[in-house]
Design a binder for this molecule. Structure first.
Ligand code: PBG
Ligand code: ZN
Length: 334
């Protein structure tokens, strides 16, 4: 018989639910730690299911208030908006990203009016509005024209800010975009009224597949490996975060989430003064959804565990398509 030494007995700290909570401090899931991504279509009446993301829809403006109302009542605090262009013309500079026809430009003032306490972030990128589906403006040879790209990205960010977005979230991964956006906001007197949530550490990932279907933004040729980070690149991830911090980002995102939790921890440790966001992306959503659908896992149990893992790794806020389900899970059970 082997005797366990008293000080090595761990069970004594976890035999009661309250004891277990004390072993997991500051990682609980709260409404404040959730941001809900929403696809807004230029088709006003649309409520269009997205095949690769069951349970997620592209909403036309006319559905937004009805869709958001119950979520706000359950405590929803912040949303992240993506425009989807079904009918708007695409061109080489993404003209419709900030035209008066753009669904984001149209929706933001309405959402502000309907839900004055809801914090609105807008994704800023070109890929949903360019003919080639890339996130920047291209040179003749197909390479990125960085200077033209950040000029255009910052224009779009300013347009969303002027429409009423309190947060702009550039996801394009061009070099120097945070500075460019800051400068534009300053000239418009919005420097202190708009936060920049930088997709600072965004990897070139296979997990974005369903999203590109959802926002119809897949590149028509090539891939995004020349501007998104290589999945193994710890060093570049650290440099990208430090660079965006030095340019004035207010909050940082690591994306995708689950396969990059080591990077979340490194980034949070390197920049503890900055709110850390983790984006549980479309492929992560689909993976959990289908795993549960096929009986391999219990969705709520595993989702809770995954969210906890993100909080444990240092996430202050999780951007997740599961937000409506999580809000339900957080309601007091009667
Ligand atoms: C586009 C953008 C992408 C995502 C957010 N903004 C896709 C990409 O970069 O290819 C991914 C979100 C998701 O997969 O849920 N700039
Ligand atoms: Zn893009």
């Amino acid at each position: 018989m082997v005797e366990v030494e008293a000080k090595h007995i761990l069970h004594s700290g976890i035999f009661h639910p309250v004891l277990r909570q004390w072993q997991s401090p500051n990682v609980e899931i709260t409404v404040n730690a959730l941001m809900y991504p929403i696809f807004i279509s230029d088709e006003q009446e649309a409520k269009e299911p997205i095949a690769s993301m069951p349970g997620v829809y592209r909403y036309g403006i006319n559905h937004l208030e009805r869709m958001l109302q119950p979520l706000v009542l359950k405590g929803l605090q912040s949303i992240l908006l993506f425009g989807v262009s079904k009918h708007l013309e695409k061109d080489h500079i993404g003209s419709n990203a900030d035209s008066t026809q753009n669904p984001i430009i149209q929706a933001v003032p309405l959402i502000r009016k309907w839900f004055p306490n809801l914090l609105i972030a807008c994704d800023v990128c070109l890929c949903a509005y360019t003919v080639h589906g890339h996130c920047g403006i291209l040179n003749e040879d197909g390479s990125i024209n960085n200077k033209a790209s950040i000029e255009r990205i910052s224009e779009i960010a300013l347009a969303y800010a002027k429409a009423g977005a309190q947060i702009v979230a550039p996801s394009d991964m061009m070099d120097g975009r945070i500075s460019a956006i800051k400068k534009k906001l300053a000239t418009a007197g919005l420097m202190n009224k708009v936060a920049i949530l930088s997709y600072a550490v965004k990897f070139a990932s296979g997990f974005y597949g369903p999203f590109r279907d959802a926002s119809q933004s897949a590149p028509k040729f090539g891939d995004r490996k020349c501007y998104q980070l290589p999945p193994g690149s710890n060093g570049l991830a650290a440099r990208a975060a430090a660079r965006d911090v030095s340019e004035g980002a207010d909050m940082l995102i690591v994306k995708p989430g689950l396969p990059y939790l080591d990077v979340v921890r490194h980034t949070k440790d390197a920049h503890p003064e900055y709110p850390m966001f983790v984006y549980q992306v479309s492929g992560e959503y689909a993976m959990l959804y289908h795993g549960a659908q096929n009986g391999a896992i219990n969705l709520e149990n595993v989702l809770k565990e995954v969210l906890l893992s993100m909080r444990r790794a240092g996430a202050d806020c999780i951007i997740t398509y599961f937000t409506p389900l999580i809000l339900d899970m957080l309601q007091p059970r009667s």
